[in-house]
Structure formats: structure tokens, C-alpha cells
Design a protein around this ligand. Structure first.
Ligand SMILES: N[C@@H](CCC(=O)N[C@@H](CS)C(=O)NCC(=O)O)C(=O)O
Length: 232
């Protein structure tokens, strides 16, 4: 019987099935990367809903898993060398799961390097920029009168969308074959709708990206991952 009691987080979010991978998440663009990957790779897992409220993400139990107070995070009871492994940062989780299963990372060293490249493009560019645009357009930052932050993020978002659109010319997926890079990128493109920033970024003009997102959303594993963990 696997014992995860060494992980403080399990006191607040108890593991019903400690022998399978434990997911601590909320269905945001970063959170769904983990659930979609788990679904796509066919890894059994137990989802735990950790909301973005300070009472959850900043609780001592969750901070013991991720000192950076952000979802998603996982505990794999069957980590390297058979020891449990706790992990946070969606990009690190995607790479870990892909390496562990040998799925969605590419077959050759060149494929893997390209998948990693586009994953990092999302982690360091597309996600943070679209997220900040959402903040300055829809959330608290929308009240700031100085137009410069909003303009900065609108322009950067437009530029990055053009990069994605160009890369998708003549191919279905960002790095050639479907991969963890798509699982990282597509949920952020979908989030433009939630943030109300489609029009301001000229989303509809990016025909390849629009078709790409539709293609992504048709996948059954994506549809399941997008609503996992289920919200109360
Ligand atoms: N770089 C992190 C970002 C994760 C992130 O920003 N998570 C947000 C939800 S999308 C969060 O947990 N926010 C809660 C908070 O900041 O208090 C990753 O990719 O895992």
C-alpha cells in the first residue's frame, strides 16, 4: 500500500487512491495542461480541486507542495527509482510525464528539441503575455488609466499570435506531430475568449491558429481535461 502521508498536502486533500498519480489543479489554461496530458497519455490519476483562492493556493498544505502558490502540481507515487516525486510548474510536469511515458515528446532527439523549444516559447512568452493582457484588459488592471501596460501586452500578444499562425502554415500541430507543446499552447489561445481579448488581438485573422484551436478542442482527451478537476 502506497503511503503519501509524508506529503503535508494530503492532510487537506486526502488521497483516496494513493497508488495513482495525484493532481492538484484548477481548470485554468495552466491547470488544464496537466489534466489534458494525463488524459492523452492514459495515466491513471486522482484529481483534487485547488481553487485560486488564498485559502487554497496559499494554505500551508498547498505551499508544502508548491512554495510558489500556483496550480498545477502533482505527486507521482511511482516516481524515478520507485520513490514518490512531487512536482510543480506546468512545463516541468509536461516534460516529466512525456519522458516517463515516452509519449507526445517526439521520437528523435531533433523532435524532442523542437517540442521543448515550442513548450518553452509558451512558458516564457505566449502564456505570460496573454495572461498579463487579460489582467490589464479584463481584471483589476483594466482600471489603470495609463494605456502603456495594456498597449504593451496587446502588441506583444499580436506579435506572438502571428508567430504561432506562421508556424502552423501547412501543418496541423506546432512542432509537426501532436505533442506536449500543443497541450501547452492551445489552452492559452482558447483563453483569449475568456479574457474578452479576441477582437483586440485580431484573433479571427489568424486562420491557421483558429483552425488549430478547433482541431485541438475536438480531441476527447482535451474535452475531458478541460473540465478536470470538476468545479464545485
Ligand atoms: N508558471 C506556472 C504558472 C501557474 C499559474 O500561473 N497558475 C495560476 C492559475 S493559471 C495560479 O495558480 N494562480 C494562483 C495565485 O497566483 O495565487 C505554471 O506554468 O505552472
Amino acid at each position: 500500500m502506497t503511503d503519501l502521508s509524508q506529503f503535508h498536502v494530503t492532510r487537506r486533500w486526502p488521497a483516496q487512491e494513493p497508488s495513482i498519480l495525484q493532481l492538484y489543479s484548477f481548470p485554468t489554461p495552466n491547470g488544464v495542461k496537466a489534466s489534458i496530458a494525463l488524459e492523452e497519455m492514459g495515466i491513471p490519476y486522482e484529481p483534487h480541486l485547488v481553487t485560486l483562492s488564498d485559502t487554497d493556493v496559499k494554505s500551508p498544505e498547498f505551499l508544502s507542495l508548491n512554495p510558489n502558490n500556483k496550480i498545477p502540481a502533482i505527486i507521482d507515487p511511482d516516481g524515478p527509482d520507485g520513490a514518490p516525486l512531487a512536482l510543480f510548474e506546468s512545463g516541468a510536469i509536461l516534460l516529466y510525464l512525456a519522458e516517463k511515458t515516452g509519449k507526445l515528446i517526439g521520437a528523435t532527439a531533433v523532435d524532442k528539441a523542437r517540442v521543448t523549444q515550442w513548450l518553452m516559447f509558451q512558458m516564457g512568452g505566449l502564456g505570460p503575455m496573454l495572461g498579463q493582457l487579460g489582467f490589464f484588459y479584463k481584471f483589476a488592471g483594466a482600471e489603470i488609466e495609463d494605456p502603456r501596460p495594456r498597449e504593451r501586452y496587446i502588441n506583444e500578444s499580436k506579435r506572438l499570435l502571428a508567430v504561432v499562425d506562421k508556424q502552423l502554415e501547412g501543418q496541423d500541430w506546432i512542432a509537426g506531430e501532436y505533442s506536449i507543446a500543443d497541450i501547452a499552447i492551445a489552452p492559452w489561445l482558447r483563453a483569449l475568449d475568456f479574457y474578452g481579448t479576441r477582437e483586440i488581438t485580431g484573433w479571427a485573422d489568424h486562420k491557421n491558429a483558429v483552425a488549430y484551436l478547433e482541431r485541438f478542442l475536438e480531441r476527447p482527451a482535451v474535452q475531458k481535461g478541460l473540465v478536470t478537476p470538476a468545479r464545485d
